[in-house]
Every structure is written in C-alpha cells, then in structure tokens.
Design a protein around this ligand. Structure first.
Ligand SMILES: Cc1ncc(COP(=O)(O)O)c(C=O)c1O
Length: 382
C-alpha cells in the first residue's frame, strides 16, 4: 500500500464504534444525521488528495491563522452561496467553531458598554458567554415569524443595544424561519439604530430553498456566521465568519490579541477547503438532507395528533405542551431512556417561557433508534 493512501474501514465497522455506551437516546443533541457511506467516501478521497500534496509535518507545523488565502477563497465561495454574492476573501475568517467565533465577537464588538440584544428564546450558550465577558443581555420578544420588529425597535430606543445575536432560519429552539418581509424589517431597524448583527446561520444549509440571510440585506453592520456542525459533522469543528469589511475582520480576529484558541485546526481547515474545492460538500449535504427528510416524516407520523412546529430541513422539532410541565415530561422520559430539552433552558432569568420540549432528530445512530424514542415520547405525553 502507498504510504499516503488511507485505508477505508467498512461503514459497518465505523457504525459499531459510534454506538452510545449508556443506552440513553439523546435527543437533546442537535447533530446532523449520520450518512456514513457518502461522508466516509468523500472525506477519504479529500484526505488522500491533501496528503498527496503536503506531508503531515508540513500541514500541522503551525497555526492556520485566519485560514490560508486558498482556504478563504474557498470559504468565500461556500458562504457566497448563502449571501447571494461571493464576498472579498479578506472578509472571511476560518474559525474552530461558531462557539469559538462568538467568544471572540462578544468581547471584540460588543464589549462592556451597551448591551447585546437576543431573541427571548435562543441558543443558550450565548447568554453564558455574555456573562463570562461581563456583557449585559436584553431580551427581544419573538412571534410566529421570528424576532418581533416592534419589540426590536422599542428595545433599540430604550436600551440602545450595540449588537443583536439572532437566527433567521430554523431558529433554535422554535424552528421558525423568518419570512423575507420580516428579514427586511429587521435589517431596516438595525440600520436605523446602527445595531450590529451577529447572524448565526448554522441551520440554513439544510433548508430546501433558504431565504437570503439578513446579513446580505445589511452587510455593513453584519457579522455572518456559517458553521459546519449542523450540516456536515459536529466534530469537524469549523465555522466561517464574514466580517462587515476587511479592516474589521483583521481588527477583531487579529492573532496579536494573543488569543489563538478560536483558530481552526489545520486538518479541519484543509479538509473543508478540499471538500468545497471539489464539490464534495454538496454531495454530503444532499445526503444529510435526504436522511433528515426521511427522519422528519417518521417523527411527524409518530407524533401525529400532537401540536408540533417542524420542517423537513430542521434538525429538531418543537412541541408546545398543555396541562403538563416540560420538566416533568423530560424527567419521566429520561427514566425511560430518552433525553429531550425543555423550553426554560433557552430563556434567560426573569421570564418563564411557555411549556415546550425540543426534540433533536439527527443524533440517533439509526432511524429505528429514533423511532423507539418517538414511541416512548408518545407514551409519556398525556
Ligand atoms: C444556534 C447554534 N449555533 C451554534 C451551535 C454550535 O456550533 P459550533 O459547534 O460550530 O460551535 C449550535 C449547536 O447546538 C447551535 O444550535
């Protein structure tokens, strides 16, 4: 065997290694559904191409900084599909993950003066990161079309937030995708009050016909984040950031800050760049979307008669509950070997959200494991 040719184990072997040891079906995790056949084939090919061109010692000798010029060129193509135009590659930064990018952005663009605005129910680590950096957070009300414009406008006048963190497609946890009209309203308000946007578009790649990000409507104020954890693999640890301009990209992600923890590892960066260059990213994405749609059908039919917010491209479903508390249901389910997330974990202190649970449908190894979990959920519900 050529020393540079990686052996590819059978996908059954790979799957056996991945089965969870404690038997709990974790529907709290929002990982993309496994598509090992196509994923392994594409990644092995890409790694072989990388290793045919550079030796591991060269590849890993140093940091990749904001990504090589080639990484950022391919990254610009990747985000360009969402933004509607390919941005200047010098506005694009490769990072270790969305979380890592957020931990640079919060101190870098929000700071300790004016607050950060956030949807009332949202991805909870953002609140923890803000607390870690001494940043105050103001909640903005949401409705059936996402962030409520009147509430946002009012908060801008009263609390003068410097930035807004939001999800416009497949909001976490509510699953809501903002309409184009709502996106335009939010962009217009952000521009009127000069509020910077941190738009986390991590779930958008799974949508059949995704709408333009708000960042494309107000690019001069937007930090656009497109992570790969929800559409490719959680462990790849790679997220692209698009800064409003080249100078801001260099200022905020300057390695001289002596913080290098956010940098993408050379292997992940090289791999993603190779996948994008060869169109293998699109093949993986297509397989993930197919598997997700099949799982979605299974979940919707398993939970028929139950109120459910969902979409075939969304990694989770959101189930409002009546006459029962979400923490009681979650505790009963955990006893029965199924873990789900409760609405309170997405809200800040001082507001009690309506009772609901979030059910992640991508994480179980197989559809039949997901099916078992769904039937236990049905059994637990009143
Ligand atoms: C909205 C949102 N953003 C980011 C992440 C995490 O992304 P990453 O692994 O790139 O930090 C998650 C994971 O649950 C998420 O739901």
């Amino acid at each position: 065997m050529d020393a540079r040719t990686l052996p590819c184990p059978s996908s059954q072997e790979a799957r056996d290694r991945a089965i969870s040891p404690d038997g709990v079906i974790r529907l709290t995790l929002n990982h993309p559904p496994p598509v090992p056949e196509i994923f392994n084939a594409m990644v092995f090919k890409a790694l072989n191409r990388i290793l045919a061109e550079s030796l591991p010692a060269e590849l890993m000798a140093t940091h990749r900084w904001m990504g090589t010029d080639h990484d950022r060129q391919q990254g610009a193509r990747f985000v360009g599909r969402r933004l509607g135009a390919i941005p200047d590659r010098n506005r694009v930064i490769l990072t270790h993950s969305t979380q890592a990018a957020l931990q640079v952005l919060l101190p870098g663009i929000v700071g300790n003066g004016r607050p950060l605005a956030i949807e009332r129910l949202s991805y909870s680590p953002v609140r923890s990161f803000a607390a870690r950096y001494g940043i105050s957070v103001v909640d903005v009300a949401i409705d059936g079309d996402g962030l409520n414009p009147e509430a946002f406008s009012e908060i801008c006048q009263q609390k003068r937030p410097i930035a807004l963190y939001l999800l416009s497609t497949y909001q976490n946890p509510t699953t809501v995708t903002m309409s184009l009209g709502r996106r335009q309203q939010i962009a217009e308000i952000a521009r009127r009050y000069q509020v910077r946007l941190i738009e986390d578009d991590i779930y958008s790649l799974l949508a059949e016909s995704p709408l333009p990000p708000i960042s494309s409507l107000v690019p001069e104020l937007s930090w656009y984040l497109l992570g790969t954890a929800k559409s490719f693999s959680t462990g790849l640890k790679l997220a692209f950031v698009v800064a409003p301009n080249v100078a801001e990209a260099a200022r905020v992600f300057w390695p001289g800050l002596r913080a290098t923890y956010w940098m993408a590892s050379p292997m992940s960066a090289g791999l993603m760049t190779e996948l994008i260059s060869n169109g293998a990213d699109l093949a993986i994405l297509a397989a993930v979307k197919d598997e997700l749609a099949a799982r979605h059908r299974l979940v919707v039919s398993g939970l028929k008669d139950k109120p459910l917010a969902s979409d075939p491209g969304c990694l989770h479903v959101w189930m409002p509950l009546k006459y029962v508390s979400s923490s009681e249901i979650a505790a009963a389910l955990l006893e029965d070997g199924v873990q789900v997330a409760v609405s309170a974990s997405y809200a800040g202190d001082g507001w009690t959200p309506p009772e609901a649970i979030r059910i992640g449908i991508g994480n179980p190894e197989t559809r039949s494991v997901l099916e078992q979990a769904i039937s236990r959920i049905c059994r637990a519900l009143p």
